[in-house]
Design a protein around this ligand. Structure first.
Ligand SMILES: [Zn+2]
Length: 431
């Protein structure tokens, strides 16, 4: 399908993490962006050559790259507002693990679609997911047209290296929308033998490795007691990061941990709402930036957040950094918007989805600037990060297809069906 957007403001990502606005047109041919410009010089030449299926008057609103939600557990939608107000370990052991054990692969498929619908309403065009039944999750993305990078959550309880290798092959081949990277759930849920096996596999596959890392102080202290090293030092010594990778959360870091992340060109994915709600701590985002380490942003799962909303995460990322550093000038709106778009794309190995440019994948969104919270237009980037919200998302396009537009979904499922199935699943699990 070929789509021409005209009368648009187009957010252009610069080479130095800066943004500018271009007034004009953006053309999508099949899954990619084929033209960005004022349209004048091409009107007589190329327009005749491209047959557009749709021409959309953007009416002066904004086209920008979709958000990359760089750490999620999408199918945990079933536990939203069911397991709350507990410390992390107790929350995991008493609420999360026992209920997750009752899920079937079919449950996970529909629960993932519920999460995808919420992503679309928040302008999210891809996610970096970790959960049980990876193939059901990848199928949910393929069937709805959403883009998902899956990270294995290898641990002592529900998976093994043979399955992981199979999932790697199946999901990477399933669809242009699905890919798979190796990872472990966390040091505290994975024994040394499994971690060694994963390191070997990642080296063979020449793949980066990911895990939950230093989310709580307790996790780091216990790892030090077990191995005499922090989770970063341990996994680095085991050979995880020969091809890079990164960590989710990364709150309780030592100077040496920062150096190791820098050395291997790794990414930290910060999850500020989840960290606040579980009282885990505040990620040292400014320090990661000072080290030149790539930073991305994730919502984490809907059981710990409980909302899959990148606008809220962006505001918390900058707000918490300012409080932590006692410096209102640090971690600017531009830096945060970069993390939520290009930073996430780098983390997820999606270099073709990082920005709006000719030849890039058409993973883009339209924000409604004609709302009180986006006026006046003194600075559109600051409006997005400090004042923006889901209500501004008019359209979400993934891989050249409009999946959400003016409040309606085009994902092959009705809202009613997905809500009914999600409620049936949780009612069955509650028993
Ligand atoms: Zn997580």
């Amino acid at each position: 399908m070929n789509i021409r957007f005209y009368h648009a403001k187009i957010l252009v990502t610069g080479e130095n993490k800066e943004f500018s606005i271009l007034n004009g047109e953006l053309w999508v041919e099949n899954d990619s962006i084929s033209y960005i410009g004022d349209g004048k010089e091409l009107r007589n030449q190329k327009e005749d050559a491209v047959i557009f299926d749709r021409e959309i008057d953007v009416e002066g609103n904004l086209l920008m790259p979709g958000f990359k939600d760089a750490h999620t557990h999408t199918a945990m939608t079933f536990l939203r507002s069911y397991a709350d107000d507990l410390p992390l370990q107790e929350w995991l052991e008493k609420q999360v693990f026992p209920n997750e054990a009752k899920l079937t692969k079919e449950d996970v498929y529909y629960l993932a679609i519920l999460g995808i619908m919420e992503y679309l309403t928040s302008g999210i065009t891809s996610n970096f997911d970790m959960y049980n039944f990876p193939r059901s999750i990848a199928k949910a993305s393929k069937d709805t047209g959403f883009r998902t990078v899956f990270c294995s959550g290898l641990n002592n309880f529900v998976s093994n290296l043979e399955e992981l290798r199979e999932d790697y092959n199946v999901i990477n081949a399933m669809s242009p929308l699905t890919s798979f990277l190796p990872g472990i759930h966390a040091e505290y849920t994975t024994n040394q033998k499994l971690m060694e096996g994963l390191a070997k596999l990642a080296q063979e596959l020449k793949a980066p490795v990911w895990m939950h890392n230093a989310e709580t102080q307790k996790e780091v202290e216990e790892c030090k007691a077990r191995y005499g090293m922090t989770p970063t030092e341990l996994t680095e010594a085991l050979g995880f990061y020969e091809y890079g990778g990164g960590g989710y959360h990364c709150i309780w870091f030592t100077e040496h941990d920062f150096e190791l992340f820098q050395k291997h060109d790794m990414t930290v994915v910060t999850n500020p709402a989840s960290n606040l709600k579980l009282a885990s701590g505040i990620c040292p985002v400014k320090k990661f930036l000072d080290y030149g380490i790539n930073v991305a942003i994730g919502t984490d799962g809907p059981a710990s957040n409980n909302c899959l909303d990148m606008f809220r995460e962006m505001f918390l990322t900058t707000g918490l950094a300012k409080v932590k550093e006692e410096d209102a000038s640090c971690v600017s709106a531009e830096e945060v918007l970069y993390m939520a778009t290009a930073g996430g794309a780098k983390a997820m190995q999606l270099p073709d989805c990082d920005r709006l440019a000719v030849g890039k994948k058409a993973d883009l969104i339209m924000l409604d600037l004609k709302k009180p919270n986006m006026q006046p237009e003194n600075n559109i980037v600051k409006n997005i990060v400090y004042a923006g919200s889901k209500q501004n998302v008019k359209m979400t396009m993934v891989n050249g297809k409009i999946l959400y537009e003016n409040g309606a979904f085009s994902i092959g499922f009705s809202e009613e069906e997905i809500y009914r199935r999600a409620n049936e699943i949780i009612n069955r699990i509650k028993g």
